[in-house]
Design a binder for this molecule. Structure first.
Ligand code: ATP
Ligand code: MG
Ligand code: MG
Ligand code: MG
Length: 562
């Protein structure tokens, strides 16, 4: 590729609204451009790296016995109504109508569609096991899209779904995916941990998240320094500190739960969901809107000191109908007034405060809760201080606390979707059996962004070779010098002949500007062709990682680096 013919708009200035390194660098390196909140153009350079991540994912999925297909992005409401998620999913699901007023959604995940395929096409246990995947654009109307490709609304995901006759088969499929994920993230050059995780919106019995360790991560994880134990704090078996919390202050208004029946309606409605809902707090905002906070835990709310804030949802009561208007899941724990409230993403504090305006007491709730005053707020730093060094729940080791970016997630789904959608096969006795499913996601763009979070310096990106947009950058120092031009062109041609992915910087720019861009783009190997070196018959080779420099004979340079 010739730089002079390419669309590679690098930026000198740091874009104002980019808070994390990967977002800043992807903008500055001309990889992405924002179209709307959480919606991006992938420019040519960015697309090259995205395709590399996709290809690694594809190779490992194929190696693990999965088969690629492609499902539609626009999905008819009927399928989502069958699973019950049309009502449950909340506002992350973008719903739309066609010209005939028929309801559709943009697929945020594809359990329904894949289960529909399999219930129609698979009849016998002989067709099992089956693992199908796609690499496709997803849409989730995230409440706070941010950090560039990290949390987009439109983003590319690899999603795979396994189908087995029984639990043992499904466990095997899960294990194969788990191992495939380890290989994928290793090949992408990432430092990651696989952690025990909660099953959230997708449902199912057990799951692991693959977390890239990075301070910019929105999740908090704990891991043992001596055994394999690692978990998302949402799931972790942490010692819950006994509450020495302030009593609810006098300023709080204690209000009888406005519509007791409504709370039950809501609870009943939500009980039909697969989530083990524990409690819904119905509160009123100062605008008089009814707001509900869904608290979820493993036991009864009354028994637990700390319950996890899973979703924040507006629930509208329309006659007898309960309409779930929104969900979003800031990371953290929430407890009723007087209990400890843990907030792991410092940035979320104010947003959380806006949500958690209610607290439960018997038949009542409070309004006007002030987080700092009525609940103790713990930031990630506090959490790290409190938990780091605690005993591991599995062995004599000690816990470490990290921030992580969730790049992949594997779930055992059990029969949740095969049951609601009626996906059965005949076993060897001719009996109908519900398919046992698993689902497995990887954020392609988020994986790429995470690689940059872990591999950059003050000057730019430092690509791990397997996902670098190009392998070699040839810098033609002065395109107006015929000798330099000829030598650089020759080198460029030789590298291409050897199958090396090479970018030739043939622009008429000052050397300083070219070197600055070279550091920003982070292509692993830089070959510089200049008049001074050529006099000695040499070109300079420089590695972006580590910065090692050497001179190579121009005649053999292509072979040496290839
Ligand atoms: P998060 O907790 O960050 O919201 P999730 O748990 O909702 O993610 P999953 O439903 O497990 O996400 O989806 C599988 C994978 O898709 C995630 O592990 C992540 O890599 C990616 N992903 C999810 N949401 C986004 C997003 N908004 N932007 C980019 N990638 C995403
Ligand atoms: Mg999410
Ligand atoms: Mg998650
Ligand atoms: Mg997840």
């Amino acid at each position: 590729m010739r730089y002079s013919e390419y669309l590679l708009p690098t930026l000198k200035e740091t874009p104002a609204d980019a808070e994390v390194a990967s977002h800043r660098l992807m903008l500055r390196a001309g990889m992405i451009r924002k179209v709307a909140a959480g919606i991006y153009n992938y420019l040519p350079l960015g697309l090259r790296s995205l395709r590399k991540v996709e290809q690694i994912v594809r190779e490992e999925m194929n190696r693990a016995g999965a088969h690629e297909l492609l499902m539609p992005m626009v999905v008819p409401a009927e399928l989502w109504q069958e699973s019950g998620r049309w009502q449950q999913y909340g506002r992350e699901l973008l719903r739309l109508k066609d010209r005939k007023e028929a309801d559709f959604c943009l697929g945020p995940t594809h359990e329904e569609v894949i289960t529909d395929i399999v219930r129609n096409e698979v009849r016998s246990y002989r067709q099992l096991p089956l693992n199908l995947y796609q690499i496709q654009t997803k849409f989730r109307d995230e409440i706070r899209p941010r950090f560039g490709l990290m949390r987009g609304r439109e983003f590319i995901m690899k999603d795979a779904y396994s189908f087995d006759l029984d639990d043992a088969g499904a466990d095997g499929a899960y294990e194969r995916m788990y191992q495939a994920y380890r290989r994928i993230f290793k090949r992408c050059g990432l430092n990651f941990r696989a952690v025990e995780a909660d099953t959230g919106n997708i449902g199912g019995s057990s799951s692991h998240e693959f977390m890239v360790l990075a301070e910019s991560g929105e999740d908090a994880i704990v891991s043992c320094d001596s055994c394999e134990y690692a978990a998302n704090v949402e799931k972790a078996e942490l010692r819950v500190p006994e509450s020495q919390m302030p009593a609810p202050s006098e300023d709080l208004t204690k209000v009888l739960t406005p519509a007791r029946k409504s709370v039950e309606d809501v609870a009943a409605f939500l009980k039909t969901t697969p989530q083990r809902l524990v409690k819904t707090l119905i509160v009123q905002t100062d605008k008089g809107e009814t707001l509900a906070v869904l608290l979820r835990g493993d036991r009864e709310l009354n028994d637990i000191k700390l319950c996890r804030l899973l979703d924040c949802a507006w629930i509208e009561m329309a006659g007898e109908d309960v309409v779930l208007k929104a969900t979003g899941a800031p990371n953290g724990f929430a407890g009723p007034v007087g209990l400890k409230l843990r907030i792991f993403a410092d940035r979320e504090v104010q947003a959380m405060a806006d949500f958690i305006t209610g607290a439960n007491d018997k038949d009542a709730h409070y309004t006007g809760v002030n987080l700092g005053r009525d609940c103790e707020v713990e930031t990630f730093a506090d959490l790290r201080k409190a938990v780091a060094g605690d005993p591991c729940p599995r062995c004599a080791g000690k816990l470490e606390v990290w921030r992580g970016i969730e790049v992949g997630h594997v779930f055992k789904l059990g029969t949740k979707y095969s049951e609601s959608l009626g996906a059965v096969v005949l076993d060897d006795q001719g009996r109908e059996r519900l398919l046992v499913m698993g689902c497995y996601g990887i954020g392609i763009g988020r994986t790429l962004a995470s690689a940059i979070e872990q591999n950059h310096d003050a000057d730019g990106i430092i690509w791990p070779l397997p996902i670098a947009p190009f392998e070699v950058l040839v810098v033609m120092l002065n395109p107006n010098d015929a000798e330099v031009k000829a030598a650089a062109e020759k080198l460029y041609g030789e590298l291409r002949e050897r199958g090396v992915e090479v970018l030739l910087d043939d622009r008429d720019e000052r050397p300083g500007a070219k070197f600055k861009d070279a550091d920003l783009l982070g292509i692993p190997v830089r070959l510089t062709v200049g008049a001074r070196g050529l006099k000695e018959g040499q070109v300079e080779v420089k590695l972006r990682a580590g910065g090692a420099v050497a001179m190579l004979p121009v005649a053999s340079a292509a072979g040496d680096v290839a």
